[in-house]
Design a protein around this ligand. Structure first.
Ligand code: ASP
Length: 583
């Protein structure tokens, strides 16, 4: 028998018991007459002692042990003289009488402790060792628990988990496909699914009514911060539902997870913010609602006073940083430098200090009287002691820069506490998005998203104005999920392809199976997909989804542990009728 208990299990009540433990050696401390070993497994740490009563033979074997050796130890549980309150097993230790080395270990390339000396690249190369560390293991435990609770909740709502294939053809999420050559059909390729979108719609046509799947999706994108080429979605679809039904159901899922995982109860309905309002007040379709600091538009009241920078622009707007009128010159300079960073893109920053004594001090005192500035302050609900930060330029770029500035101020003022959660829905997204480069519309969500009933008449006159039955789920400024009510009639779907400039023939080739299926009694349906990795990372309070993936890829899409992607041999290429061009 390898063990009677785990390394996280024994307590003061177990004193006197003879036990056997197996695990890895985390640390060995030799204090002259006494040797202490910390033994680790998934469940915790237990201290082993070898003292003057230990046989010489055993002592000599202990002397040959090293870090990460796998050992089996038998001994008696005794009360510790110097207790460690930080360790769940810290009141006891095992006085060892027998010890077997189950396996040796090379010296690990980094310390396997909560705080490690290993850099990112090294830890990824030896990810199996990194995964022995508590914080990393705990992340995967959180992910496991999330997965279990999601299944429990959705099963309770009568959703069926159904698998869909990975070897398919192009899907419509707008990224590049990963492709897989087919040996049996040389010269032809599968695509890996960017999502199971078309299959889940087909399942609705099959009558399954409520489907979900925790599923891998593949998108060959340049890996901007915190993306992975393969990631996991909680993919869901329902029949005979409208937007409100879908939101209610998945608000239920979110509340279940908040409660089970974070112990948080939300009694109110989650706020639903119109896409247009999200852009107007937060400059983002994923607003961080942990704090207020909404934008106020000043275009009308700030123009026409002779300040050239303002007079020629499309949009002037600002945020009110409460109680920040005391900001020093240095801090204001920092903020100016921040908004001028290329990623933020503003030309400059105008500030107005609404001093506690009711006077104003601004960077534009030359052009605006105290009365003008009071007017701005009133418009922005400012009180004495507040600081107004104002940007100007073309509308979209300025809204986006103001969003960055708002988040930066939120950060500086400690308003973005990772233990506070502010979920919301963003609804009524535009159906289409104009692409200047390609001179055509793209689907803002995907081409199966239905326009709002009342906007369908705009198809021919003003398609850009059409709103979609599409929604996103956002927590703390992070997009956690998105979905839509779908088009379920062939004619409307064809019209959609037309407006997206997808020729009939191409639509037929790519999605003919779906258009065909629509002819056989497709029910009204809609759904949503959540980024599972991301949801875990937000609940875990981390910025990075990689922390929640057992074996993630690096920023160049490489797995440095197994060294992939890699070359394949000539033979394999020949079988596939493939030739690699010189890189
Ligand atoms: N398939 C969509 C996506 O991956 C989600 C959905 O519309 O259900 O974003």
């Amino acid at each position: 028998m390898y063990r009677t208990h785990t390394c996280g299990e024994l307590r003061i009540n177990d004193v006197g018991q003879e036990v056997t433990l197996s695990g890895w050696i985390q640390a060995i401390r030799n204090l002259g007459g006494m040797t202490f070993i910390t033994l680790r497994d998934r469940y915790g740490l237990t201290q082993l002692v070898f003292d003057e009563n230990t046989s010489d033979e055993l002592i000599s074997r202990v002397a040959n042990l090293g870090r990460e050796y796998v050992i089996k130890v038998t001994g008696k549980v005794i009360e510790r003289s110097s207790k460690n309150a930080k360790m769940p097993t810290g009141e006891i230790e095992i006085i060892a009488s027998e010890l077997f080395v189950l396996n040796k270990s090379d010296i690990p390339p980094f310390t396997i402790e909560d705080e490690t000396d290993g850099g990112d690249e090294l830890r990824m190369k030896y990810r199996y060792l990194d995964l022995r560390r508590n914080p990393v293991r705990e992340n995967l435990e959180l992910r496991h628990k999330m997965g279990q609770e999601i299944r429990k909740f959705l099963d309770g709502e009568r959703f069926m988990e159904i698998e869909t294939p990975y070897l398919i053809k192009s899907t419509p999420e707008g990224a590049r496909d990963f492709i897989v050559p087919s040996r049996m059909n040389p010269g032809e390729f599968y695509a890996l699914p960017q999502s199971p979108q078309t299959f889940k719609q087909l399942l609705m046509i099959s009558g399954f009514d409520k489907y979900f799947q925790i599923v891998k999706c593949f998108r060959d994108e340049d890996l901007r911060a915190d993306r992975q080429p393969e990631f996991t979605q909680i993919d869901c679809e329902m029949s005979f539902v409208d937007q409100e039904d879908v939101l209610n159901t998945f608000e239920g899922l979110a509340k279940h997870l908040f409660y089970e995982i974070k112990g948080l109860t939300f009694n109110e309905k989650f706020p639903q913010i119109l896409y247009d309002d999200a852009m107007k007040y937060y400059g983002s379709d994923k607003p961080d609602l942990r704090f207020d600091m909404k934008f106020s538009e000043l275009t009308e009241i700030a123009q026409g006073k002779g300040f050239k920078v303002f007079d020629s622009v499309e949009y002037i707007g600002g945020i009110n940083a409460k109680k920040c009128a005391e900001y020093s010159r240095k801090k204001l300079d920092e903020l100016t430098a921040f908004v001028q960073k290329p990623q933020v893109g503003a030309k400059g920053l105008v500030y107005v200090k609404y001093n506690l004594d009711g006077t104003f001090k601004s960077s534009v005192d030359k052009f605006f009287s105290a009365e003008d500035l009071k007017n701005w302050a009133d418009h922005m609900n400012a009180e004495p002691g507040d600081l107004l930060l104002v940007l100007a330029g073309n509308r979209n770029d300025t809204l986006s820069a103001l969003n960055d500035l708002r988040l930066e101020m939120g950060e500086r003022l400690g308003l973005r506490d990772k233990n506070k959660f502010a979920p919301c829905w963003v609804v009524d997204f535009p159906l289409l998005e104009w692409n200047e480069e390609e001179n055509r519309y793209f689907a803002k969500h995907h081409p199966f998203t239905s326009p709002k009933e009342e906007d369908i008449n705009l198809f021919d006159s003003d398609p850009g104005k059409m709103r979609a039955n599409a929604y996103d789920f956002v927590i703390n400024g992070v997009e956690i999920g998105g979905g839509s009510i779908r088009i379920f009639k062939t004619e409307l779907q064809q019209k959609m392809f037309e407006i997206l400039g997808i020729p009939k023939k191409e639509a037929e080739e790519k999605f003919g199976f779906l258009l065909n299926a629509f002819k056989y009694g497709a029910p009204p349906h809609g759904g949503i997909a959540f980024g599972f990795d991301r949801w875990c990372s937000v609940f875990g309070g981390s910025e990075s989804i990689r922390d929640y993936i057992a074996f993630p890829k690096n920023n160049s899409g490489r797995d440095v542990m197994i060294d992939s992607p890699s070359d394949v041999g000539e033979k394999q290429l020949n079988e596939l009728l493939l030739k690699v061009m010189k890189k």
